[in-house]
Design a protein around this ligand. Structure first.
Ligand SMILES: [Mn+2]
Length: 240
């Protein structure tokens, strides 16, 4: 079976519980639509679990993007040769921006890792894809963290760049594709007009799977083969 979840945000316990709930096995495939890190308590543990599973495919979210901008700089050993002007004003801005958006837990836990473990995390984060196209249960799906914004009908998906797929959500009142469903995370359904609290939302060939786990909502998982959903209550309440 093919499954999708999103916006785990360091909620390791809920992530493991939901995998148990669906009896996730080696024959299954899971797509994780970004924002694995930040805000919640155990972001590095979630990444380390995912990277050991060859049947889990990660797609990049804006939080991985923010983390990468900073960690690429901070995971390099500072020596006499590179110490001068090592951090630019842009680097400092990236760090501040990430910290203000829940990056502290990721940063702290990353710093406690050995250099080898840090390198494994960096290599894994660099592997995250921009989007995926999947066929399951006789339906076609496009999976992405935010959306394709601004959306231009007929524009090849490969022509959208990173900043157009991770930061903005689609207009759920509009059909984007006639022949496939656009599956997105990023915007919790807790605050989505017309959605039921803590539930995956389907409308106009859109499926919004982020049920706001780290904001006191739930971690949801959607089965692409049959449209079934499962939920685990979030144990943390993060305010912003
Ligand atoms: Mn996001």
């Amino acid at each position: 079976m093919y499954y999708v979840m999103s916006d785990i945000h360091g909620c390791y316990k809920e992530y493991r519980k939901v995998l148990e709930m669906i009896h996730f096995s080696e024959e299954d495939t899971l797509y994780v639509l970004g924002d694995v890190v930040d805000r919640g308590p155990e972001p590095i543990k979630v990444l380390q679990d995912m990277m050991l599973r060859p049947n889990v495919f990660p797609i990049i979210g804006n939080h991985e993007y923010m983390a990468l901008l900073v960690l690429r700089k901070f995971s390099v050993e500072i020596t006499e040769a590179n110490t001068e002007n090592y951090l630019s004003a842009d680097d400092i801005t990236s760090y501040m921006n990430w910290s203000l958006n829940g990056g502290q837990t990721t940063m702290e836990q990353f710093r406690r890792l050995s250099p080898d473990e840090q390198q494994d995390i960096m290599e894994y984060l660099e592997e995250f894809t921009l989007y995926e196209e999947v066929q399951a249960g006789g339906r076609n799906y496009v999976l992405v963290h935010g959306g394709f914004e601004p959306f231009v009908p007929g524009k090849p998906l490969d022509d959208y760049d990173l900043s157009e797929v991770i930061f903005k959500s689609p207009d759920y009142n509009k059909v984007y594709f006639d022949d496939c469903c656009l599956v997105t995370g990023h915007r919790p359904t807790l605050w989505l007009e017309g959605a039921q609290w803590g539930r995956i939302f389907e409308k106009n060939n859109h499926i919004a799977v982020d049920c706001g786990c780290v904001f006191g909502g739930r971690l949801g998982v959607y089965c692409l083969d049959n449209g079934k959903t499962w939920y685990v209550e979030g144990e943390n309440e993060c305010s912003g």
